[in-house]
Design a protein around this ligand. Structure first.
Ligand code: IDP
Ligand code: MG
Length: 150
């Protein structure tokens, strides 16, 4: 099964949306295999968003992501990377469809609640950056044969 990295950003935590966001991931049949609550250091934030260095929103983005605690997760499931991106919605909440997390809970591109890896390589890289191997838990769910035919 595919794995992806998901983070509930500081605005999601401050607005008490942790439960609602996790509920959406769980309801779709995705499985959480790692989770932690932490204040992101400037160093981790810069590493995580290194591809955006030099962009006009970069400084604000680092400030935002380090402004309060976040929930970091590894989520597993069939096509988890693309599936989670679909549940999350477009980067700009103004363009995110209703029914998506950003479409339902956010207003502004600079306060868009949640991060999710966008491709196989970034998912691998981000999971390694945020979690050590022994923080990822291997287990089965009781309803697996009801979520997946095989
Ligand atoms: P993504 O989170 O949907 O993958 P990216 O383009 O990778 O979107 O941008 C990373 C994050 O940077 C966004 O989620 C958002 O928090 C922030 N961001 C992107 N573009 C802007 C912008 O134009 N203004 C403010 N923040 C932005
Ligand atoms: Mg991105």
């Amino acid at each position: 099964m595919e794995r992806t990295f998901v983070m509930i950003k500081p605005d999601g935590v401050q607005r008490r949306l942790i439960g609602k966001v996790i509920e959406r991931l769980e309801q779709s049949g995705l499985k959480i295999v790692a989770m932690k609550f932490l204040h992101v250091s400037k160093q981790l934030a810069e590493k995580h968003y290194e591809m955006h260095k030099g962009k006009p929103f970069y400084d604000g983005l680092i400030k935002y992501i380090t402004s309060g605690p976040v929930v970091a997760m590894v989520v597993e499931g069939l096509n988890a990377i693309e599936r989670v991106r679909m549940l999350v919605g477009a980067t700009d909440p103004q363009k995110a469809a209703p029914g998506t997390i950003r479409g339902d809970y956010a207003q502004h591109i600079g306060r868009n609640i949640i991060h999710a890896s966008d491709a196989k390589e970034t998912a691998e890289k981000e999971i390694k950056l945020w979690f050590s191997e022994n923080e990822i838990v291997d287990y089965s769910m009781a309803d697996e044969s009801w979520v997946y035919e095989k």
